[in-house]
Write a protein that binds this ligand. Sequence first.
Ligand SMILES: Cc1cc2nc3c(=O)[nH]c(=O)nc-3n(C[C@H](O)[C@H](O)[C@H](O)COP(=O)(O)O)c2cc1C
Length: 414
Amino acid sequence: MSTYGTLFRVTTFGESHCASVGAIIDGCPPGLELSAQDIQIQLNRRRPGQSDLTTPRNEKDAVQLQSGIEQGVTLGTPIGLLVRNEDQRPHDYSETDLYPRPSHADYTYLEKYGIKASSGGGRSSARETIGRVAAGAIAEKYLRIAHGVEIVAFVSSVGRISLPTTAPTMGNEDEDDGGEPLSPEFRSLLASVTRPTVDAHPTRCPHPETAERMKARIIRAKDASDSIGGTVTCVVRNLPPGLGEPVFDKLEALLAHAMLSIPATKGFEIGSGFRGAEVPGSRHNDAFVQRADGSLGTRTNWSGGIQGGISNGEDVYFRVAFKSPATIARKQDTAKYDGEAGTLAARGRHDPCVVPRAVPIVEAMAAIVLMDALLIQKSRVAAMSLLPPITTLPPTMVMPQKARQEAANTTTTQ
Ligand SMILES: Cc1cc2nc3c(=O)[nH]c(=O)nc-3n(C[C@H](O)[C@H](O)[C@H](O)COP(=O)(O)O)c2cc1C
């Protein structure tokens, strides 16, 4: 379906070559100062034609605020956001009238709905993600003002060229060799990376030396009329503890759902991810320590800031894998809709690699998930605060009144 969220509900609309794309956001708190520019900044980071590493489709992606905001302040009513499609060229896609593009969505959309948009990816096109990015910018602004939440995504690999994510491995597979799931360099990058350092290079990789190699890899794919995939890593700082709704709506499950709904995604891992399966518990456990403010934190953070499906106050970080874009100009032996074998060399304007443009989309989906989770937890804490303090239960069962009040303040006040 095209709606996500329980209390912060985002509905996106639009296809690749229709009149406009956008979103309706229901449940945004009233009283948030919001301008078109707050949203435009992120749309500009997503828009096509930013560099020779992205599709040359020329779209300004200028957002128009339709409703829910007056004199720069949200009213609490549905916010309508619209972006006109200006550079539609349906004729570019005449080949796909005959061929479903291999690994694109043409065949499955037609099978499912019995009808599909006449050109381009229709609803499966990355044009749809404009609504997500616009809604995410609103969620992000609220999260930043309310809790100082910072969300930064960056490109961590293109093809097989990767940031120094993992420690140099590791000898004998049968032995416990003392390695860690993620390298110290990568962990320090997670702690310090900022959007300006990410945007300093057209690949959106914040490691200049690796970024240059990634750029050359994307250009090599483009020159060969081919495409290449990659991964995006995202870190969320200053997220309050208590977010996530076990058991089915654990925070990592919600993030995985949201990330895997982005077109072209193929994988998701949280914290130590698949590498976490390779080290023993004695090294993977995040031991508790007392923070300067007296609260409990963890010495390491292989959990990725989530335990039991609930945020624990440490940084949340995760990685998303994007496949190589399906539409390539290189000839492919395939079959037409009617089953006749043939050769397709796709025309049109396409991204040779989606990850540089996927960065703000990942940030937006993270913001939407966290905003919804925050509003749900705030409503629970507010409801509980109306009850008298519990004095009859042992301290391991119920938070002391003072700590409970402090926890309530963390999720209910600025
Ligand atoms: C930012 C972004 C740009 C994309 N650009 C293209 C593109 O130029 N050509 C293409 O074939 N797919 C592109 N895609 C991917 C398709 O939208 C998507 O792969 C396709 O609809 C098939 O869906 P699936 O990969 O989710 O199964 C892009 C995805 C993203 C996130």
